[in-house]
Each structure stands twice: as C-alpha cells, then as structure tokens.
Design a protein around this ligand. Structure first.
Ligand code: APR
Length: 257
C-alpha cells in the first residue's frame, strides 16, 4: 500500500491537470450510505420505483419519492465533510486540482472548500428544488419544512400548482447537458484521473475514467470493492477513502515542501 500511495503522490505532483472523480463511497465516512454496498440504499429500496417516469407520471410515484426524501434529506443536510473531502480540498489549495467531477448530490466537496466552479455535478444537487412547469426555484430546506408539516406531495405556489422536483437526476432522466459535456472535456484533457469511492457501473458517468484513459491519462482507482474498470487502472488502492486520501495528501505535501 505504501508504494501505491507514493506512486499516486508522484503522479499528482507531476500532473498538469489532475481530475478527481467521486461517487457515494467518498461520503460514507460522513454517515451517508452508498447505493450498492451491502445495506446500501438499493438494498433497502427498489430503484425501479424511483425513476423519473414514476416521479412525473404518477401521484403515487411522487408520494413514494418524497416519503423516502423526507428521511434521506436530513441525513445529507446534517452530514459533515470527512477526511477524504478535506484532502481533495487541500489538493485544490496546493494548486494541484483541475476539477472534481462528482456523482454525489450532497454538496460536501463544496463545504470542504473546493470552489463551486471546480465541482462538476453530474447527478445534480439535493439542496435545491424547482417547479417543472414554471421553473420557480425552491430551497430543499423550504420544501423539507412542508414535508415535516404534513404535506405529502409538494406543489408549486398558486396559481402555478406545478410539480416540484429536487434538482437531482433520477434513473431515466436526461443528464444535465452542460455538466456532462464539461466533464467529458475535462476527463479527456486530464493527465492524472483519480477515482474515489465509486462502483463505476452507472453510465454515462462511468465513461469519464475511460475517456481519460483513452486520452493517455494515468488512472488511479481508490475504492473499497472491485470495479469493472480495475483492469485499466495504473494504480489500484483498495481501501477507505478517508485514510488513503490523507496518506496521499501527506506525501504530496512532503514532495512539494
Ligand atoms: N472508501 C472507499 N470506497 C468506499 C467507501 C469508503 N469509505 N465506502 C464505500 N465505498 C465504495 C463501495 O465499495 C462501492 O463500490 O464506494 C462504491 C460506491 O458505489 P455505489 O454505491 O454504486 O455509488 P456510486 O458509484 O456513486 O453510484 C453511482 O448510482 O444510484 C445511482 O445516482 C446514484 O450517483 C449514484 C450512481
């Protein structure tokens, strides 16, 4: 492990454009469950019931969604960034980071200190919501208060009455165009691409490491379990994101000193 940590630190210090790509595994140490680990979200809920089509197409779909959201959102809101988020933010402070491409909706990279313009959110952000009819913006805190007061399905203020949807991407929903294009562009021009905490099974997000590799970047994968992209990795670090990223950061600091 020490040799791999050293190798990643060397790659980061020599990089012109380091891209860090994160998934739910970077936030589990903040207390937010991931999706596909044993006991993860998709172990407890059926992903087929939480599609975009169910949400926009049926009152029952929205009722189910908000019932889950009412329980999940406070976990996200109350979570604090962990050592991995802070290490990534420190790479930014050291001038080493091009950007973070994240599948997460929890805002924790920004809260750890990565500027918003450097965080590309492929799957949206849970702290915002909007009306699908008139586009009116709501904070998720505001909508969450309605749920706590007993509203089952939040609707836009009269006279609109449209469907309010969190600013997160559901299965079956189109990806945000600008973010997806920008993520692909950054991946293709990166020279070091570090994956932290993703199973790399959800597309098109999981294409990003492949675009980077195809363009000649060194690919590093830091993940507790195996991923389908492991055979393409130049360095594999099977460990916990917090402690691995802390060790890498320490070695980077020593090299830069
Ligand atoms: N350190 C490192 N890896 C971890 C840690 C940790 N502390 N905790 C969990 N992991 C790993 C797991 O082993 C797993 O392989 O993180 C990975 C998380 O994978 P998923 O749960 O599939 O999450 P993610 O890859 O982000 O999922 C992609 O799927 O349902 C959708 O939209 C959702 O954005 C999400 C997308």
């Amino acid at each position: 492990m020490a040799a791999e940590v050293e190798r990643v630190a060397e790659l980061i210090c020599g990089a012109q454009r380091l891209v860090v790509f994160t998934g739910a595994g970077v936030s589990t140490e903040s207390g937010i469950p991931d999706f596909r680990s044993p006991g993860g979200i998709w172990d407890r809920f059926n992903p087929d019931e939480f599609t975009y089509q169910h949400f926009v197409g049926s009152v029952e779909g929205r009722r189910k969604y908000w019932e889950l959201g009412r329980h999940v959102y406070p976990v996200i809101r109350n979570a604090e960034p962990n050592a991995a988020h802070y290490a990534i933010a420190d790479l930014h402070r050291l001038g080493c980071l091009d950007c973070v491409i994240t599948q997460n909706i929890d805002n924790l990279h920004q809260r750890a200190g990565v500027p918003s313009e450097k965080v590309i959110e492929l799957h949206g952000n849970a702290t915002r919501a909007r009306c699908l009819s008139c586009g009116c913006a709501y904070t998720r805190d505001e909508v969450h208060e309605w749920l706590e007061r007993g509203v089952e399905i939040p609707m836009c203020d009269p006279p609109c009455g449209g469907i309010i949807k969190p600013h997160t991407i559901l299965f079956g929903e189109a990806m945000p165009e600008q973010e997806t294009l920008e993520a692909e562009r950054r991946a293709r021009r990166s020279d070091v691409f570090v994956v932290v905490g993703s199973s790399l099974v959800v597309y098109p997000a999981a294409m990003m490491p492949l675009y980077a590799k195809e363009a000649g970047a060194a690919l590093v994968i830091i993940n507790l379990s195996e991923t389908p992209h492991d055979p393409y990795a130049d360095v594999l670090l099977p460990g916990k994101a917090g402690s691995v990223m802390e060790q890498i950061l320490e070695r980077v600091r020593q090299r830069l000193a």
